[in-house]
Structure formats: structure tokens, C-alpha cells
Write a new protein. Sequence first.
Lengths: 334, 284
Amino acid sequence: MPHDTDAPIRSLRDDHSDGTHTLPERVSPRVSRSEKPDAAPPASARSEDLRSLEAGLDRLQTDEEHRPSRWRAFWTSVVPPVLFVVLLVVAWQLYVVIADPRPDRAPSPADVFLALADAWQTGRLQEAVATSLERGVVGFLIAIAIGTPLGLLLAEVRPLRRAVGPIISGLQVLPSVAWVPAAIIWFGLSDATVYFVILMGAIPSIVNGLIAGVDQVPPQLRRVGTVLGASRIQLATAVILPAALPGYLAGLKQGWAFSWRSLMAAEIIATGGSIGFGLGSMLQQSRELADLAGVLATILLILFIGILIELLFFGPLERRMLRRRGLLLSGGAR
Amino acid sequence: MTSSAPTPGVAATAPGVGVPNLLGPSFDESAPLRPPAGPRRPAVRIENVQKRFGRGPLVLDGIDLDIAPGEFVCLLGASGCGKSTLLNLIAGLDRPTTGIIETPAEGSAVMFQESALMPWLSARRNVELALRLRGVPRRERREKALELLDTVNLADAAEKRPHELSGGMRQRVALARALAQDRPVLLMDEPFAALDAITRDLLHEELERVWRATGRTIVFVTHNVREAARLGQRVVLLSSRPGRVVDEWRIAHTVGRRIESPEVAALSVEITDQLRKEIRRNAA
């Protein structure tokens, strides 16, 4: 290509042909292109030049994204918490051995483990976990089914939001256990009571999460959607919902936490009737037997299930979403 | 060079310019030829447009501007001259307070300073989204999107997500997306302002190439005098508060310009002088 384009008059001929011949074949019949066929080589050379130049710059400006190796991930994310828990248990056992407190006030880790093994052997543990998990998951799914359309409606319809929004936010602050007495009066000691309490805990969180997510959609993306010619519905499904996903997911996560908590509370308070045997009931039962090892064992079990769901479900989901959007800190382009 | 001169010095000395009378909107020999008969309808017609927001001060005042099909117009001005407002009016994102704006019925494609790509979609899917919203059938979208990405030299990065691309690459994807809309008018709101100088320089070349290849009408808003002098066939200078058209330059010889070309520098000096005069008036 001619590198002397700075000299205006001299370069004119070459330039002229440049302009007429850099055209890709498939576009624009509007530009005259047959005036100087002999000058084509510098033109295409120039186009190639631009291509390689751009390719070079692109390479310079981007890094390959390198995800940390599995071994490193294991070392940085699994080992520290496990080590911490082991240390905690060791300290606990040491305390029991050295201070020798009353066993009914401070059972040793071994006692707690034995209580767990005992519950497993009698089948109470499996039954309680199955009952509670099933209720938690089903209740949570119902909460999603109700909360999602409600949240979208409130996020997009202003007057409705002005009217209902504050109440939903208020409900989020209200501990859903407060509904237990009312629910018992309405539904008796049945599963309906438990589900009602779960829904009152989870739905406001999901709704608020979705509203927050929609509010945080960059206005630029909406404008682009409009400019691209999206209808209202297309805008909602193709732009706003996916853009609001981070907030929505955060709402779901909180919704799950709330439903799991309120479920435990409801199970502790409401026992008997047609309410089955859940983790809360197991906790309550151990308390009545003054079996502290059993109580601690159940608490650990509830905690463990919460951690497991976070690790196996929400964690990967969230990480995947953040990584796809480049919101996770790792490599990427500058 | 005098301002508003239809043929600055450089083009006057151009050899072999035999068809000045046949030329349409642009003023160099590679521009589209004028159609055989009749006066051309402008692609965008702005007539006595005023704009104020609410009860605020006048942002745009008495703007008259006709933009010919295939023309590359740069709207230039300091902050507060309402150039982005004017672009939004042309794009139909906003309405003028008074006055008339005529644009092609198909509407216009718009490119912003931020690429505004959907962060959850790959480059190809971003372009496909524009095709989908335009109503292109599903099976044609993929091929078409790849073709458009190839036009901006990004075929290799088609499956990358926006965060994996550099700023310049993102703007090229945005350009491909704007081209996917297949509208005759392309509006650009400081699209290269956030890029580093080297990348911007390359994108100028890229945009010029795409413009010549596709014959789009381009309205390019910038506050960068050199950029305007480098790219425009016509540079329209707006004053600030309220925005009025102060002056206009037509560049006869637009082929082979580079940011460092002497004719670009000369024009920049001239425009800058005028621009500073306008800015100084605000001090009083």
C-alpha cells in the first residue's frame, strides 16, 4: 500500500483507486468502481493491511482467559474451610478432655457423632431430612412460581409498584415465623400451615430481588433494545429479563434461605397433628428429652444441608452466570 | 482555506476530476454518482428544530440541516451544544419541541459511546439479536451474523462474549450490529470517544471503509475536531447553549485521509479557531 498518503497531491491517484476498490463484492452497488481497474492491487493490499493490523491489535488487547486449575481450586476453596472445621472440632474435644464439664451441658464431639449415628440407625434422621427437604423444595418452587410474575409486574407497572412495593418490602422484614400462630388457627396442624409460612418468607425476597434486578438494568440496554426495534414484550423477554438475572438470582438465594429458616421455625413450633416428622420436629423432640447431644447433632445437620444446597446449587449457578458476563474476577480482556 | 468553501484547496489541484457536475452529495470522485434526473430528496431533513426539556433553557435553537443520502456528516461542538440531543431526535428516541424532522421510514441505526452489547450474549448472538428483532428468519441469522462480523474483521471472535473483547473490538461488534439493522441512516454518538488513540485511528479507517462499501448515510457526533476533519464529508459546527448551526465545511477530497494528514491538520486548525470563538462567547 502507498505509505506516502501524507502528500496529498501525489497520493491522489492511488487514493482514488483505493476508495473505489476496497469494496467487498457483496455490498453496495452505489459506488462506482470501474474507473481504474489497474490500480486494484494497492487497494486490496491496503484492505489486507488493515485486516492484519486490526488482528494484531486485537491480539494485543485481549488475554486468553485462564481458569485456575482444579488442583488450585481445591487448594484455595476446599482446604481452608475444612481445615478450620477440623481445628474447631479438635479445640472442642480438647476443652471437654481438659475442663471435663458436665456431659449433659457440654457433650463432646464424639457424643454428638454418636447421637447422629443413633438417629441414622433408627431411621429418624433419614425421615426428618426427607420430610424437611421435600417441604422446603416444594414450597420454594411454589414461591418462585408466584414471586416471578408478581415481581415482573411490579417492576414494570409503575402505579402498581407505588401501591404494593412498600408492603412487599415490609413483608420482607417481618419474620415469617410471626405467621405461625395465625396459620395454625387457619389451617390447623397440617402441611398447609408449614407451606403458608414458607411462602410468606420466600415470596417477598424473590419479588424484591427481581425488582432490584430490573432496576439495575442499564438504561443503555433498554435504549438499544428500542433502537433495534423491539416490541414491549420482546424488550421484556430478550433484554430486561436476562439483564436482570443477577438480581433475580440473588433474590432466589435469599428466598431459599428465608424459606429454609421459616420451615425450621414452623416445624419447631407446630408439632403433632398431620404435620410429619421434620428436622425441626427432631430438634424439638431432642429438647424434650434433654438430649443436648441430639440437639447439637440436629443443628449441625440443618447447617450442613444449608451449606450443601449453596455449594451444589446456588454457588455453581451464580458463578456460571457471573463468569459468562465477565463479572467474576479472573483474566479476561482489559 | 475559507470556511464553508465548497472546494478547499487540495481538491482544486486534483488531476483527472472530470465529473464534478455529476456528483451527488459527496464531493470527491469516488462518491456515489448522482442519479440521472431531478433534485434528490435528502435522507434526513431537519427544519427549524427547537428543543427544550421541560421548562429548562433552550437546548437546540432553529436547527436547519439537510443530509443527502450516502453523506457522511460530522456534528461537532463543545459540551452542551446539544449534539447528542439532536442525534436522539433524528433517531426518534425523543421529539423536537417545535420544527420538523424527516427521516427514512425504515428508521435509523444507532451506535453509542458505550458499545451497549448484551453482556450475556456472544458477539455473534448480539448481532443475531438485531437480525431477529428485524424479523430475519432463524435459519438465515447465523450465516448473516457471521458475514457481518467478517465485515468488521471479527469473524474469529464470533463466539466470544463482550467482556472477553477489547474496547475497540466491542465497538466493532456494535458497528456490525448497527449494520445488521439494515437501515439507510447510521447515527453515531461519539462511538470512539472512549478508545485509545491507536485503536481509534484504526476504527476510523474501518468505518470509512464500511461507509464506502455500504453507501450508508452517516451522522457522526463528536467533540473531537480532528476526528471530524478526518472522517466527515461535511463538518457541521454547533454553538453551545443553545445549540445552533454556526458554520459548515465541505471536504472535497475525502479519500486517503489520515488523522496525521496535513489537510486534516489544516482543516482542524481552522475549525478549532472557529470553535474557540464560539466557546469564548460564553465567557461574556
